[in-house]
Design a protein around this ligand. Sequence first.
Ligand code: GLA
Length: 391
Amino acid sequence: MSTIQPESLADVYANVKTAYAEYFKAEPQFLASAPGRVNIIGEHIDYNGGMVLPAAIECGMGAAFSPNGNSLVRIWDARYQSLAEIDFSKPMAPEKGSWENYIKGVLAELKVAGVAVKGFDACIYSTIPMGGGLSSSAALEALIATINEAVTGRTLDPVDKSVICQRAEHNYAGVPCGIMDQMAVICSKADHLLLINCKDNSSELVPFTNPNLGILVIDSKVHHSLADGAYKQRRDGCEKIASMFNVDTLGDLTMDQYEALLPKVPVELQPLFRHVMTEIDRTARAVELLRKGNYVAFGKLLEQSHESLRRDYKVSCDELDFIVDTLQPLDGVYGCRMTGGGFGGSTIALVEKSKAESIAAIIRKVYSEKFGQEPGVFLTSPMNGASYQAL
Ligand code: GLA
């Protein structure tokens, strides 16, 4: 029996349908889902206007729902046994630390964007590890925006929808994030990585179809909050460097310019500059290598990306470094790195599927011995972004 297979979407849908019928004493009219995401490479690059390469994953959030004909959004979370009830005809102020902020944020930002909002009753269920750095928050935002598409019958442009969800994150969750997570969970397609140009939010699908390869995700279970300031501090540092050179974002500079400008940057900001510029360069090279099927060289870039995040950007932690250092030399691992904002969360590894179970067994054992708890481990392929269907 597989120990690394995430719960399937079919199971999640079965769960939410049953939970809806029990909770609301009626049959739901629609189903919707929104996946989590990993970032393969291009870390802390979205808000620097460069290219990033995320993918939607097999863990996700499902909903069974029906319009309710009033201005109430009622959401029963069947996994965490919690009800959110929001009247969107009234002002919706965020409350510190509440999961309802993501829902309120999307409803409010839809209204600001001039999109009609309608009431609904929903049961949701998530298989995305909370705090695992796999964008459970972007998934919830995308799910709400997708449910609203179903109940209003108005489909949004996927990039506009992503920007609305990003605004919800900024204004209601207090995280000044880039566009990567929201676009990844909304615009991704199965069997592809999503190459996003964060300068203009355009994107391109990069095929990821080798049947022997998979993405092994390891959740350190060190939970992080990007609202605590360390993320913003990195972002502010990058903006300061960009303003020194009169560019909007560091992504506007070339590698040659970077080399000439590095000595002019205050010493304490040089590591940030180095990470951003070398990561932009690595991401471009990684895409080329992937297109050529050169997984060995591609894996080396994942390794270098982690080193840069660890030493220069300083967003890793002992647990993530331990997972990377353990996996890197193992047979069947092409490359491994932390994924997402960091300070905890998850790592990803490009692995041979046939070796994934044994790699998972090794990391579970040594990680538990060292840190006293088992990491979460699952294997995924790139999946589709958020969608809905009528029942
Ligand atoms: C978080 C943010 C993203 C991105 C990553 C780091 O996930 O939400 O916008 O900046 O961190 O790459």
